[in-house]
Structures are given as structure tokens and as C-alpha cells.
Write a protein that binds this ligand. Structure first.
Ligand code: SF4
Length: 450
């Protein structure tokens, strides 16, 4: 073990759920890649865009870079919505959609999931939301059962906008609730109180019969005690009719408004990792007892309407056509980043150019890594089958890690190269996935092709 960095190995002799590692990796596991400059990104996109893509999991992502108000914990806020933004931005997005809709990479195969995120898509006006969703359905080869998600903020998703989205063709709504507790949610920038949030969810579920409604709940927020977290979960289970929920831990971004508020002492510090681990466990127990289905480590479905396709595809490295200011997407082994500055975005769109800021050539083993991450998200990995698919003996390659993780209670090995995450392994699954990728890249890339 000593020839490898300690960071790959869990602490021994401690409770693995709370203390396996020093630091919890909060973002998705990934493998980096070789960056391309702005000048290289555009011709690369043009070349790859003209190449058909027949992969079986395909998505499109539409970014709306506006919010009416910034939440303190947010790492995705881009700008406050101003008068005129809604129609101007929608017009530009429609142009961009037309510009890419004829590419072979787009037309060659059905798209199974469209996600409108941000920012806050529901900051846009009702008519603009409808125009956008109708345009996606008209211009892109959507599968008959394509999941079309609109991410919404409870405070600005009024009845008129709900009706506009449904009329446009959206069939899934993801609402950022974060907590039902009035003080906990309002002190991090959410505006509605508990009663208003519940009323909004009731209205929404009454209005959209055949669509999936999912909510996000966060754990570890300032002042969110275990009692409050249990009440958040109980409220979700007993007082709403939603189809699914994402339970995710608070990640305090450096220099975020939240980290500044905590440093200044205007908000108490959020929960530490061991407390978050207990909250994760509580969420797992209560959702299981309420018969929610586990769709990923953090995502739960209550009805068969909820499929969580987009998020599942993205973790598995599916093709994703990026649209909008600040969007990101993946095509033919490359990751593309669109410009985040609205002026440059408008300028490129009006010039008929894809508004790219940069791109990354993904590593050669990226498909293996994405499959690995996808299986880790389900809690079970078949290393033998995965290895055969990609030409490696993964059980041998990863054996030092697997042995130590089994001893420290993070995984169970079940024979035939199958491993299953324990509850502690589930909590640390992003760390484990990232360590497998890093370990493979640093120690076993060249010499183990079977
Ligand atoms: S509404 Fe969403 S994107 Fe906007 S600041 Fe809040 S969390 Fe961030």
C-alpha cells in the first residue's frame, strides 16, 4: 500500500460512514482531459458536428443564465434578470437552436432527454418559456418519450408559467425547495415560507397531471438541525404528492455568499461531514421506509413517472448538445464550454457562430470511467463485465484499493468481480469513483491492457 498516496485509502479503525476520509468530494467524479483554446474549439465543433452520432443515450442542455435573486450557497449564479432579458435571450436561443438543428450530430439519432437549467429558467416570461419548449420539440429529433425537464424556482413559477410549459410540451419539473423550514430556507436566500412552498407544490401537482414533479432538498444548511432535516423529509413524504426527490448535501463554495456570511459570523457554520453523514443515513432510511425507489445515490423516485434520465445520462458520459450562454455539453469524445458573458454570446449568435469559449479532448479511457461512475451511482459495479467491455482486468488493477476498502467497511466483494457499496460507501461514493479513476490514470494506464 505504501507505494500509493494515502489519499486513496480509507482511515482504519474508525466509523467509515463518518470518518473514512478527510474531505468529501462533492462534485461528480471526472478524469480531466486536454484543453483546447477558443480558436481551436470552434473548428473542432464544426468538424464533429458534421459527424453523425448514433449513441443510444443522447441529451440536450439549455442554459438560462438569469435568476431573480442570488441564493447564498449557489455556485451557478450568473446574473440577475433585467427588464428585456427574457425576450432578448429567448430570441437568441431560438437562433442558436436553428443553427445547430441541421448538424448531422443532431439529426442522426433521437434525443431522449432535454434539460432546461441554469440559473432559473422560470425567471423567463411565460410566453418565452412556451416558445423555447415548442422550438426544441419542432427543431430537434426528440424520441416519442423524451424527458423534457424545466428547472423551476418555487417563488417564480406562477400558474401562468406552469400552463405555458405544459402547453409547450414539458413533462418534468424540478423544483429547488432545499428545505421546508422557513428560517433555514429564507436565511440562505429562498424567499417563500413553508406554507407558500407547500401551496405552490399542491397547485403544481393539481395542474400537471401527466408530468413528473421532483424537488431538491439539501442537508447540512446553517441552523438545519437533525430534527429539522427529519421534518423536511417527513414533509416531503407525507405532505406532498411529488414523483421524486434529490437529497443532496450542502457544498460550501469558496468565496460564495454563504462562506462569507459564515466567516463574518452572520450565519452559523453549516453541518460538518460527520453530521452530514448522519443526515444522509436518515434520508436513506426514511425514503426507503416510504417505498421510494433508489434511482441513484442521491435521487429517489416515488412514481413510475420519474425516470431521472438526463442526470443519469450525464453521469454516464452521454452525448449532450449544449445550448445557451454558459452551457456545457459533450460530443464525440470532447467536452464543450459555451461563453458565459452574455454580450459575447449575443455577438456570436448574431454572427451565426456557435458561442464556444473552450473545449476539452476527453481522455482515451473516458468511456470506461463514465461507465464506472454510472455503476457506482447505482451502488453496484460489475468489474469483470466492465473490464471485458473495455479490455482490462479491472479486479486485478484495482485490487489494492478494493482490499483496503473492503477491510474498512466501504464495499463488499461478492465474487465474480462484483462489488457493492456499503451504506458508508454510498456516502463516499464520489470519493471512491474519483480515486478509482485517479489510480487507473496514474498507476495502471499503460501496462495492464489484457
Ligand atoms: S435560483 Fe438556483 S441558480 Fe439561481 S442563485 Fe438560487 S440556487 Fe443559484
Amino acid at each position: 500500500m505504501s507505494q500509493y498516496p494515502n489519499r486513496f485509502f480509507a482511515r482504519e479503525g474508525v466509523d467509515p460512514l463518518r470518518y473514512a476520509f478527510d474531505r468529501k468530494i462533492a462534485v461528480h467524479a471526472g478524469a480531466g482531459g486536454q484543453p483546447l483554446s477558443r480558436e481551436e474549439a470552434l473548428p473542432t465543433w464544426q468538424t464533429l458536428g458534421n459527424r453523425p452520432d448514433t449513441s443510444s443515450r443522447r441529451a440536450a442542455y439549455i442554459n438560462v443564465p438569469f435568476c431573480r435573486k442570488q441564493c447564498l450557497y449557489c455556485g451557478f449564479f450568473m446574473r440577475t434578470l433585467r427588464h428585456g432579458d427574457s425576450s432578448c435571450y429567448t430570441d437568441a436561443l431560438l437562433k442558436e437552436m436553428k443553427q445547430v438543428s441541421g448538424l448531422s450530430a443532431v439529426t442522426s439519432h433521437p434525443i431522449h432527454a432535454v434539460y432546461m437549467g441554469g440559473g432559473t429558467p422560470t425567471a423567463l416570461d411565460a410566453g418565452d418559456l412556451k416558445r423555447l419548449i415548442e422550438a426544441v420539440r419542432r427543431l430537434f429529433p426528440l424520441a416519442d418519450d423524451c424527458e423534457i425537464t424545466v428547472e423551476a424556482r418555487a417563488a417564480d413559477f406562477e400558474e401562468e408559467k406552469v400552463r405555458a410549459c405544459v402547453a409547450g410540451g414539458a413533462n418534468r419539473f424540478s423544483i429547488g425547495v432545499q428545505s421546508f423550514h422557513t428560517k433555514v430556507r429564507q436565511q440562505v436566500g429562498r424567499t417563500l415560507n413553508r406554507t407558500e412552498v407547500l401551496e405552490m407544490l399542491t397547485t403544481l401537482t393539481d395542474l400537471v397531471d401527466n408530468s413528473a414533479i421532483v424537488i431538491d432538498l439539501m442537508y447540512g444548511l446553517p441552523d438545519q438541525t437533525m430534527t429539522i432535516w427529519e421534518d423536511d423529509l417527513r414533509t416531503l413524504i407525507e405532505e406532498t404528492r411529488i414523483d421524486g426527490a434529490d437529497l443532496y448535501q450542502l457544498n460550501v463554495f469558496k468565496d460564495s455568499l454563504l462562506s462569507r456570511a459564515v466567516n463574518k459570523g452572520t450565519l452559523p457554520p453549516p453541518a460538518d461531514i460527520s453530521c452530514q453523514a448522519e443526515m444522509f443515513l436518515k434520508g436513506r432510511e426514511m425514503m426507503t421506509a416510504a417505498h421510494f425507489r433508489r434511482l441513484s445515490m442521491s435521487h429517489w423516485g416515488r412514481t413510475s413517472r420519474e425516470r431521472n434520465l438526463y442526470n443519469t445520462f450525464i453521469r454516464c458520459g452521454a452525448t449532450c448538445i449544449p445550448l445557451g450562454c454558459g452551457a456545457g455539453g459533450r460530443l464525440h469524445g470532447h467536452y464543450f464550454f459555451q461563453k458565459r458573458d452574455l454580450k459575447s454570446y449575443y455577438r456570436d449568435i448574431n454572427a451565426g457562430e456557435k458561442p464556444l469559449a473552450a473545449a476539452i479532448i476527453l481522455p482515451a479511457y473516458s468511456p470506461l470511467f463514465r461507465n464506472l461512475v454510472g455503476q457506482m451511482e447505482k451502488g453496484k459495479v460489475n468489474l469483470t463485465a466492465l473490464g471485458q467491455q473495455h479490455g482490462f482486468d479491472l479486479e486485478v488493477i484495482f485490487s489494492p484499493l478494493l482490499k483496503q476498502w473492503e477491510q474498512t467497511g466501504l464495499i463488499k466483494r461478492q465474487g465474480n468481480g462484483r462489488i457493492e457499496l456499503t451504506v458508508a460507501g454510498e456516502f463516499w461514493n464520489v470519493n471512491l469513483a474519483q480515486f478509482l479513476i485517479d489510480y487507473f490514470q496514474h498507476y495502471h494506464q499503460e501496462d495492464v491492457r489484457s
